[in-house]
Ligand binder design. Structure first.
Ligand SMILES: C[S@@+](CC[C@H](N)C(=O)[O-])C[C@H]1O[C@@H](n2cnc3c(N)ncnc32)[C@H](O)[C@@H]1O
Length: 239
């Protein structure tokens, strides 16, 4: 396999090692340093070359996660060491993965890098539900939404435009803000009985799925209190 750089921003997919790209598995078998998020599971990390330095950059020290600036600094430092470096993120690095900051830091340091895509949680959740996100004549768009922004709460999306667009909404980081998100969508004209689903720990052995309606899903999640990451899907394609 050809490589054009020594630093790779790579997506590990939603969790199952079976959903990694062949390219990433190949790179993990050769990397000297792997900087990974905390949610990257042991099955994926087991693909790393024996003796590789594995650094959990999501690890909480003193109750706080590494700030993004510190992760960028560690990444640049690793890149400058000359080792083959894999920066491993969950899902796809370009979807809510803070890849922009890390690419900017590498560019500023004059370090070449390559991005290796991964399966994003929305694709894996669609597979788990056996639902086409773009069901013909039902949903002509997919919107990837963050339900938790840098300000700490639900970002100010254009709810009326989303409700009117008639596509499938794939909602990341949405468990805590789902009650408000559902209210906003209904107030903007979306039907309360719009089909909706939540998938926790998609692709992993402890995956759990809840299928309901936009109006009912918040109460279901409040009752089951999922502890793992959850991807929400909302739209007529789920019906
Ligand atoms: C910071 S975002 C990272 C998204 C990731 N880059 C991707 O492409 O899937 C974290 C959110 O992704 C979703 N997510 C990531 N992994 C998941 C999984 N295994 N099961 C369900 N949702 C997941 C959840 O909504 C979680 O709160």
């Amino acid at each position: 396999m050809e490589i054009s750089a020594r630093i790779f921003l790579a997506g590990a997919g939603p969790g199952s090692a079976g959903l990694l790209t062949v390219r990433l598995a190949w790179l993990l078998g050769r990397a000297g340093i792997v900087l990974h998020d905390s949610l990257i599971g042991p099955d994926v990390l087991a693909l790393a070359r024996p003796g590789a330095e594995l650094v959990d950059v999501g690890k909480r020290c003193g109750g706080k996660a590494h700030p993004q600036a510190e992760i960028c600094r560690l990444l640049v430092e690793a890149g400058q060491s000359g080792a083959l470096v894999v920066r491993l993120k969950g899902g796809d690095p370009m979807i809510f993965g803070r890849a922009a900051e890390e690419m900017e830091a590498l560019r500023a340091a004059g370090l070449a890098f390559e991005v290796v895509p991964g399966i994003t949680a929305a694709s894996a959740a669609a597979a788990a539900l056996a639902v086409s996100l773009t069901k013909r004549d039902v949903s002509r768009a997919v919107h990837f939404l963050a339900a938790h922004g840098s300000e700490g709460g639900l970002p100010p999306h254009d709810w009326a435009a989303l409700a009117a667009a008639g596509g499938t909404l794939a909602v990341y980081m949405g468990v805590r803000t789902l009650p408000v998100l559902a209210q906003k969508l209904v107030a903007a004209g979306m039907a309360p009985d719009m089909p909706a689903a939540a998938v926790e720990n998609v692709s992993l052995p402890d995956q759990r799925i809840w299928r309901s309606s936009l109006a009912m899903l918040p109460a279901i999640l409040a009752r089951v209190e999922p502890a793992g990451p959850v991807l929400l899907l909302i739209g007529a394609a789920l019906g």
